[in-house]
Ligand binder design. Structure first.
Ligand code: ZN
Length: 243
């Protein structure tokens, strides 16, 4: 008993002498332990995703782990649009239809070889008629010349009328298409017959002085155009000086 008591007494004395150092050592161990835990914890956070990715059972198809993979043609925004030629969308340029008929514009030739307009087409304003001694509209173009000068069809067509009357003298009418008919008056007796096919430039007759209402204008051809049965402006299809 005495020995044990002596040992306790020595230990108490040791504690009393070194209590400061013992507390300091305990405190240092505690601080070291806290620092170690903090470092290990932060390393774990850097190495592993938080939440479901942590741990060895992490799924390799986890959307957080894999970059987006684009499937071509899946309609998302990752692929540029692919154009199918001829699919009718706006990506292809328009293609002309080679089967479409080509519309040839009607261009008249002059009905005389030497163009000399002595009275112009005038349906908007009155012009003086020296034969009838009054102002009137003029529904055609008068080409002057010498009696017997050739008068030609201004365009391909078919002769649909050959007639004579006192006011207009001999008149030939030629049908060119569904809507266009040309008329040639003040002719000498024509050399063509109704139903005859004529080409542009074919002679229909010769200019004369047969039209009583333009008698004083001398030898000429009174040329006029009908479009869908009505008097029309010949200059729509006729450019003089460009024969
Ligand atoms: Zn006339």
């Amino acid at each position: 008993m005495e020995k044990k008591r002596a040992t306790n007494g020595k230990f108490k004395v040791f504690l009393k002498k070194n209590i400061y150092y013992i507390i300091m050592a305990i405190c240092l161990l505690a601080i070291a332990a806290m620092v170690t835990v903090a470092i290990v914890t932060s390393q774990n956070n850097n190495d592993l995703d938080p939440g479901i990715d942590a741990g060895p059972g992490d799924n390799v198809n986890d959307p957080d782990d894999t970059p987006p993979v684009d499937n071509p043609g899946d309609g998302d925004d990752n692929t540029p649009p692919v154009d199918n030629p001829g699919d009718g969308d706006d990506n292809t340029p328009p293609v002309d239809n080679p089967d479409e008929p080509i519309v040839v514009p009607v261009v008249f030739a002059a009905p005389v070889a030497n163009v000399n307009v002595i009275k112009d087409y005038s349906m908007d304003s009155l012009v003086w008629n020296q034969t009838l001694k009054h102002y009137a509209v003029h529904n055609g173009i008068d080409f002057g010349g010498n009696d017997g000068d050739n008068v030609m069809s201004v365009y391909d067509g078919t002769v649909i009328e050959v007639k004579y009357d006192i006011l207009n003298g001999y008149t030939v009418k030629v049908q060119h298409n569904d809507s266009l008919v040309t008329s040639y008056s003040s002719l000498n007796e024509p050399t063509v017959a109704v139903g005859q096919t004529v080409a542009k430039g074919d002679v229909l007759g010769t200019m004369g002085v047969t039209a009583a209402n333009e008698y004083l204008d001398g030898a000429h051809v009174h040329f006029s155009l009908y479009e869908d049965g009505k008097i029309a402006n010949p200059y729509t299809y006729l450019t003089l000086g460009d024969k």
